[in-house]
Design a protein around this ligand. Structure first.
Ligand code: NAD
Length: 450
């Protein structure tokens, strides 16, 4: 099948290459996973958890080297890259303990019948992941699937095969053969994996690919877990701390060059604080440094590739032609680079307020009534995250938002133990936290008379 060349988005230079998996080999690979899974699931969950956790120290030890590879392969600033690696290594022991606890059998007893409720593995799990957090995304799906007793076949993004491969190899050193295997390639290999004899497809990626997977898996009613794109709103109320809201907006619109599923993509600001908010947001944007992620001063690395940059540029230009005002930034940067852009006077007739951007663009629209802000925020098929900045009334506004994760005066992610969950077309099933870990299992009950 040849090789997949992974190149640095800064300059197009080759970072490395992997052998592409022949789709015709995928059914055999899944079959090997099925055989390996029998012995894997027979181990006590604590043993499986300990084997997975044993990878933690190596991941931490190699965080600098892996972080540099991550930056060279997808462009994010080195501190963020090393942080991503560390986040997958440092807490691994606590994480696998949380998974093992969540999956303990439960006993139900009504005086006449005693029932034990088990969380059993499904069997073979296909994990298909994107490039924007190329270690965390595989980690979030593969770790709970494995600890639950599934064998996993991972297909990482074709944009970031090297870093995913390096991470998977560390895990493989601590696991029995074939319990975790890796398939390289693009959507062709992804489709072949979904079509193979897998029991669960756990996917993180775009809404379109997710919809395709759902229908491809539907014929045989395979279990499917989808974490998809977003179009997250931020509502800034009249009584918000405007400094804090603008700082949050800048960070959450521009971090990872806007290539984050829970990026702030739409900002609705009460008109009484709109000029002040916009000015502060522009100040924040102006202070951001664009460059090679390996340079410690860089805030925004390059976009992943020319296609993604072109998509963002086209949305910005289309919005500007339809009446949006570019109050900061431009689309003129060289190569895959794109600096922070602030757009004002946007509205929902524009593609940039409806379709996922996945780029460093903050779009600001004013509102006069809170009901109007809520209506605009919910006017989307997406429903991943949402954030409200404001005083006491922010709580009530948050409860009106049709998203899976809502933050008040902070980002949308929850306390430790929370699920990562999308509403509407941003998700189908969810992962993380005790509730999420159980999604990698078949619930089964065994009952007997008392
Ligand atoms: P993508 O959907 O293009 O690709 C994701 C993965 O799916 C890749 O490995 C790709 O090769 C594979 N793939 C593509 N089409 C497929 C198909 N029909 N069948 C099987 N596999 C297929 O997404 P991307 O560009 O890699 O990532 C960006 C998207 O991911 C954005 O929409 C972003 O919001 C989303 N995302 C969501 C979350 C979340 O937690 N909800 C997290 C990160 C990224």
């Amino acid at each position: 099948m040849g090789e997949l060349v992974s190149s640095n988005p800064v300059n197009g230079e080759e970072v490395g290459r992997v052998v592409v998996t022949d789709p015709a080999d995928i059914p055999g690979l899944v079959q090997r996973a099925r055989v390996a899974q029998r012995a894997w699931r027979a181990l006590p969950i604590e043993e499986r958890a300990a084997m997975v956790a044993a990878a933690g120290p190596s991941i931490v030890e190699r965080s600098r080297e892996l972080g540099e590879l991550l930056t060279r392969e997808m462009g994010k600033p080195i501190q963020a890259a090393v942080g991503e690696v560390l986040s997958c290594g440092r807490g691994l022991k606590e994480e696998v303990d949380e998974i093992a606890n969540a999956l303990r059998p439960e006993v139900l007893d009504d005086g006449r019948t005693q029932t034990t409720l088990f969380h059993d593995p499904y069997g073979v799990c296909a994990a298909i992941t994107p490039w924007n957090f190329p270690i965390s995304m595989p980690h979030w799906l593969v770790v709970p699937a494995l600890v639950a007793g599934n064998a996993v076949v991972l297909k990482p993004s074709e944009e970031t095969p090297l870093i995913a491969d390096a991470w998977a190899r560390i895990l493989q050193e601590h696991l029995p053969a074939d319990v975790l295997q890796i398939v390289h390639g693009d959507e062709q290999q992804g489709k072949a994996l979904v079509a193979a004899d897998v029991d669960l497809v756990a996917f993180t990626g775009s809404r379109n690919a997710g919809a395709h997977i759902l229908s491809a898996a539907g014929g045989e009613l395979k279990r499917v877990l989808l974490e998809l794109g977003g179009k997250d709103p931020l509502i800034v109320l009249e009584d918000a701390d405007v400094d804090a809201a603008a700082r949050f907006a800048a960070r959450n619109s521009f971090r990872n060059t806007g290539q984050v599923c829970v990026s702030t993509e739409r900002i609705y600001v009460h008109e009484s604080v709109l000029p002040e908010f916009t000015e502060k947001l522009v100040d924040e944007a102006r202070a951001m440094v664009v460059g090679d992620g390996l340079d410690a001063a860089t805030d925004l690395g390059p976009m992943i590739n020319a296609r993604q940059k072109q998509h963002v540029v086209a949305q910005v230009r289309d919005a500007a032609q339809s009446g949006a005002h570019v109050v900061f930034g431009d689309t003129e940067a060289e190569g895959n680079f794109l600096g922070p852009i602030v757009l004002a006077d946007v509205d929902h007739t524009m593609d940039i307020m409806r379709e996922e951007t996945f780029g460093p663009v903050a779009c600001v629209q004013g509102f006069s009534r809170v009901e109007q802000a809520v209506e605009l925020a919910n006017d989307t098929p997406y429903g991943l995250g949402a954030v409200v900045y404001g005083g006491d009334s922010a709580e009530a506004v948050a409860r009106e938002l049709d998203a899976g994760m809502i933050g008040i005066n902070r980002s949308c992610g929850g306390a430790s133990g929370s699920p990562w969950v999308g509403a509407k077309q941003s998700g189908y099933g969810f992962h993380s936290g005790p509730h999420g870990h159980r999604q990698f299992t078949q619930v089964r009950i065994v009952s007997r008379p008392k």
